[in-house]
Design a protein around this ligand. Sequence first.
Ligand SMILES: Cc1cc2nc3c(=O)[nH]c(=O)nc-3n(C[C@H](O)[C@H](O)[C@H](O)COP(=O)(O)O)c2cc1C
Length: 232
Amino acid sequence: MSDLFAVPRLPKELPSDPLQWVKDWLEEAFAKKTQRNPHSMACVTVDSENRPAARMVLCKDVVPDPGYVVFYTNYKSEKAQHIQDNPNVALVLHWDALGRQVRIEGQAIRSPAEESDAYFATRDWLSQIGAWGSDQSAVLESRAALLAQVRDRALELGVSAVKNLRSITASDRNMIPRPPHWGGYRVWARRVELWIEGRDRIHDRARWERSLEPRDATSFKTGEWTSTRLQP
Ligand SMILES: Cc1cc2nc3c(=O)[nH]c(=O)nc-3n(C[C@H](O)[C@H](O)[C@H](O)COP(=O)(O)O)c2cc1C
């Protein structure tokens, strides 16, 4: 039978490591400027009563070996509370312009502090202050109260007392340490699905699975990936 579709599909022989493909697809999405944040991904957590909640986060790293992806957030946020109660997480990346979707399911574990420190140091200065300034997911009285809180905390961090933080020039920007309640999560993949859009809804799907057993407080012992194709 002739090939039904012109779009590139998954190879006949499925790759042995799906996360290397995820990394390559993400790089391609950046290179082709498919959208403003090609690394945005839906992140689903489950609360203590098994109710799922989804929100977008930014995928800041894909590490095929040993197989996890990284996002950063506030460890006091609602999602962090969920992860503490139940570390099972589902992630979805979607590049509409490329007709590709990635699904990752696995277990979230906090990144090592040094890794979060190193990443925090690369962030924009105002974003660093923002990480101290906002109690993510806490109830907010008013926008004005939030701005006052950010300013007050900036002053506590030794920022020079001016009305507009943006007006502080680079030479007057002091070093801001990482807040202890802010950092990364590594989501260790137990299941990965690559999806490529096909014509007439005849999409191309493949799923990889492996075992994931806690090795210690910061990592997992992983089994070999096994792969299978799925009907669209
Ligand atoms: C494109 C996009 C990217 C986002 N990236 C992040 C992120 O990397 N980390 C984060 O904590 N929140 C991020 N947010 C905000 C979250 O979606 C969410 O509002 C916030 O984390 C609070 O979620 P929670 O109350 O469920 O913990 C992003 C939102 C959008 C729309």
